[in-house]
Design a protein around this ligand. Structure first.
Ligand code: UD1
Ligand code: CA
Length: 452
């Protein structure tokens, strides 16, 4: 059994924020979400998160994804682990991670589980030129790890040690459950240190090893907003480089922000100043131009998205979107369709080869194939209380500045005259006209202009 405990009860005072530290976002996703995404990649059987400060918000964000343990008072990392101990499987291994350490990759977590096979405790360490306030790894003459000493408890010579504790470990559950009770708070901070388990394990003749991380950046912890930006830059570079190797073209990767859960096919071209958040899939040959924001959406092959926002929607192949369009609320766009220039669509299903190119709102609608929308068309879907559906059949031609007051159905091959306000159904093959007849008053125009 593989278990994981993630500590996330701390306050994060240095973020200077009302938001709990681990809820601050990196590439559109709270940093705690990055930790969970990587954990899921190694197929753990159970993930337990220790929460305290901001518990409600974190629990709301991760509900159904992890189980929780509450630490009401923050009495140290050892005390935090004690809160989760009852939920561990009696056998197997537990990796201990921090919620404010979002760069740790799944390969490293996997490596920890594997390295701990024949050990009772594996500590992940790093060598820092400036070991700052990290806990120091003390080794004996044979280079075997002896104990971890916290910065505030270090002797002068211990302060010179360059090998530090990353705070990430793998424990044998059986031994962790047995010995965690032996922790005490007799130290400079009067806290229960999880690090004391190294010495306790060794005194009980258990097998402890310390192995060092390959890339120090992976273990960077977030304490303030500078750290947050540094971590974002590191993760952004990593994600973008991986997609470059998979055949994605970046015009300037520094200005392209891609979430962990976005995927691409070959020959996608990404301009700078675009944001892809949440779970997106972008298919082959598609180009995304500057100023686009795409969230939880699927974009088909050979699509062009220009300065547009697309949320929770699905776009077919060979579609043109924008400039300046907004698709949201589970909109679906058929192949070959054109959506452009200040068009908003919400909860709309649009058929193939339809054209909706200018200044139009389509909300709560089912639209067929090869439909033409003129400029300035509005589906009037809301009466102030409820939303209603507009249905438009194949090949219909909707004139400019038409309002369709829902619920209303426009038939196949129907034509709506420009400027009409349509509140009755229009049958197949018919034309709907709903506007005042024009009256011309001879000479009145000139008179008016002369008076001015
Ligand atoms: C800890 C380690 C130190 C290591 C460093 C690496 C201990 C005693 N020390 O120190 O050796 O070099 O991490 O970053 O473990 N937390 C709780 N509840 C608590 C206390 C902490 O959930 O009661 C969480 C925090 O939210 C944070 C993490 O545990 O995510 C680390 O706590 P922190 O107080 O920052 O530990 P350090 O002093 O940095
Ligand atoms: Ca810390």
């Amino acid at each position: 059994m593989r278990n994981a405990i993630v500590l996330a009860a701390g306050k994060g005072t240095r973020m200077k924020s009302t938001l709990p530290k681990v809820m601050h976002k990196i590439l559109g996703q709270p940093m705690i979400g990055h930790v969970i995404t990587h954990l899921k990649e190694v197929n753990t059987d159970k993930n337990i998160m220790v929460v305290g400060h901001g518990a409600e918000m974190i629990q709301e964000y991760l509900k159904d994804q992890v189980s929780f343990a509450l630490q009401l008072e923050q009495k140290g990392t050892g005390h935090a682990v004690m809160q989760a101990i009852d939920q561990l499987d009696p056998n197997g291994d537990t990796v201990l991670l921090y919620g404010d350490c979002p760069c740790v990759q799944s390969e490293t977590i996997e490596w920890l589980f594997e390295s701990n096979k024949d050990f009772d405790l594996t500590v992940l360490t790093a060598f820092f030129f400036d070991p700052a306030k990290y806990g120091r790894i003390v080794r004996d003459k044979k280079q075997r790890v002896k104990k971890i000493v916290e910065f505030k408890d270090c002797s002068k010579s211990e302060l010179n040690i360059k090998e530090i504790n990353t705070g990430i470990y793998c424990f044998k559950n059986e031994k962790l459950i047995k010995h965690i009770k032996e922790l005490n708070d007799n130290n400079a901070q009067n806290e229960y240190y999880i690090t004391d388990l190294v010495e306790i394990f060794i005194n009980n003749e258990l097998k402890v090893q310390a192995i060092s991380v390959k890339d120090n950046d992976e273990v960077m912890g977030i304490n303030d907003r500078q750290d947050l930006l540094n971590a974002q830059r590191w993760i952004q570079k990593r994600i973008n480089n991986a997609w470059i190797d998979q055949g994605v073209t970046f015009i300037n990767p520094l200005g392209t922000y891609i979430s962990l859960e976005t995927t691409f096919e070959e020959d996608v071209v990404l301009y700078p100043n675009i944001y892809l958040e949440g779970k997106n899939h972008i298919k082959r040959g598609t180009t995304i131009l500057p100023g686009s924001f795409i969230i939880n959406s699927t974009i088909g092959e050979n699509v062009k998205v220009d300065s547009s926002r697309i949320t929770d929607s699905i776009v077919g192949n060979n579609v043109n979107i924008g400039p300046y369009s907004h698709l949201r609320g589970h909109t679906e766009i058929g192949d070959g369709t054109r959506i452009g220039n200040f068009v908003e669509m919400k909860n709309a299903k649009i058929g193939k080869n339809t054209r909706c190119a200018h200044l139009t709102y389509v909300g709560d609608a089912e639209v067929g194939e090869d439909v033409n929308f003129g400029c300035g068309v509005v589906t009037v879907n809301y009466d102030g209380k409820n939303k209603f559906l507009t249905k438009i059949g194949d090949h219909a031609f909707i004139g400019s500045n038409v309002n369709m007051i829902a619920p209303v159905t426009i038939g196949t091959n129907a034509v709506l005259a420009a400027g009409s306000t349509i509140d009755h159904d229009v049958p197949d093959n018919d034309m709907g006209i709903a506007r005042e007849r024009q009256v011309n008053k001879p000479g009145l125009g000139l008179k008016y202009i002369q008076k001015k």
